[in-house]
Design a protein around this ligand. Structure first.
Ligand code: FES
Length: 115
């Protein structure tokens, strides 16, 4: 698998919105906040709730299933919870949008929980 996954233009969320994107075996929740795109795995590491459906406040999405919160920039839980959803850097090259499969830095106290 390539280290960059292309996200087709028609699958990108409108400003202030979010979308679910299935590409290259991934199921991503994309959020378009303040002109920037953020990508995380859609599946909550707790029990698989769909994070794209969650309430977004202050860059934290609340899982609609049981309420755990994850920062959409890092995938980490606020206050150092024990789980983390994978996040993916988003880049734009020549007008085309890609998510990078490079591992994001570890949370200070969290661990990856969805792999
Ligand atoms: S499935 Fe997300 S908090 Fe339980």
């Amino acid at each position: 698998m390539s280290e960059l996954v292309h996200i087709p233009q028609h699958k990108l969320p409108a400003p202030g919105s979010r979308s679910i994107v299935r590409e290259a075996g991934l199921c991503l929740a994309l959020f378009h906040v303040d002109g920037k795109l953020y990508a995380i795995d859609d599946s909550c590491p707790h029990a698989g709730g769909s994070l794209v459906m969650g309430l977004l406040e202050d860059m934290q999405v609340r899982c609609p299933a049981h309420g755990l919160k994850f920062d959409i920039r890092t995938g980490c839980m606020p206050y150092g919870g024990g789980m983390r959803v994978r996040s993916y850097p988003v880049t734009v090259v020549d007008g085309q949008t890609f998510v990078s499969l490079h591992q994001t830095p570890e949370c200070k106290t969290g661990r990856l929980g969805a792999f």
